[in-house]
Design a protein. Structure first.
Length: 227
């Protein structure tokens, strides 16, 4: 199978460390007349991949997804919670909707200056009479209660439920700094090219000998007083 065409992949780069990439919409498997069409980002597919990493001590979850199926996302979130390894979620681009919930399963969430996280209330399709539409709305309210608790548990005391509900109602896109403020990520990391050497610090130059004029100071010496 050509892994470059997959929307999810698992890589082992060092012993005990695995990278799990979730790079597209979270979609369920689809049953057709010809059998089951497997989704790369379904709960079953992710669980199958995680079964290969039971001995891992570190699991890196790299996320760039607009969200998708709540059912599949909840299953992936729970499967990650059960995984014994230390888990770090890297928001490579967007963690929107249920993809942001998946990130909450990690022990540590890392964002980059360009990353975003989107949160909003769940949506569902409904066809039927008024009673059926009311039932769908009630079901969504109950499901959102669980969703809110996941965000609140992650944020600790940095985010109140009232503030969270306001952001969910407004379909809010959060910057890395806002996520850090609300406890929805743990740190913001600069992106570096892999293998790129760290910039070298030039050696400090010896200051030139100043003339013996005590009243005359350089700008650097003047501002040293206020640093």
């Amino acid at each position: 199978m050509d892994l470059t065409r997959m929307t999810m992949r698992l890589e082992q780069k060092t012993p005990g460390t695995y990278d799990l990439y979730i790079c597209d919409e979270i979609m369920p498997d689809i049953e057709t007349w010809f059998g089951v069409s497997r989704s790369d980002t379904s709960q079953k597919t992710i669980i199958k991949q995680l079964e290969e990493t039971k001995s891992a001590t570190q699991l890196n979850i790299c996320i760039n997804s607009v969200g998708g199926s709540v059912k599949e996302g909840y299953g992936i979130y729970t499967a990650l919670l059960r995984h014994p390894a230390h888990k770090t979620a890297y928001i490579d681009g967007i963690a929107n909707s249920i993809a942001s919930i998946i990130a909450m399963a990690a022990d540590e969430i890392v964002m980059y200056p360009h990353s975003t996280m989107g949160i909003h209330n769940m949506a569902a399709h409904c066809m039927g009479n008024a009673a059926e539409h009311r039932k769908t709305a009630e079901d969504l309210d109950k499901m959102m209660e669980g969703c809110r608790q996941i965000y609140l548990a992650r944020s600790g005391e940095k985010l109140t439920e009232d503030r969270l509900m306001e952001m969910l109602d407004a379909e809010t896109i959060l910057t890395p700094r806002e996520c850090l403020e609300y406890g929805l990520c743990d740190r913001i990391e600069e992106v570096r090219r892999e293998g790129a050497p760290a910039p070298e610090t030039p050696p400090a130059e010896e200051p030139p000998e100043s003339p013996e004029e005590p009243q005359q100071k350089t700008l650097s010496q003047f501002f040293d007083k206020w640093r």
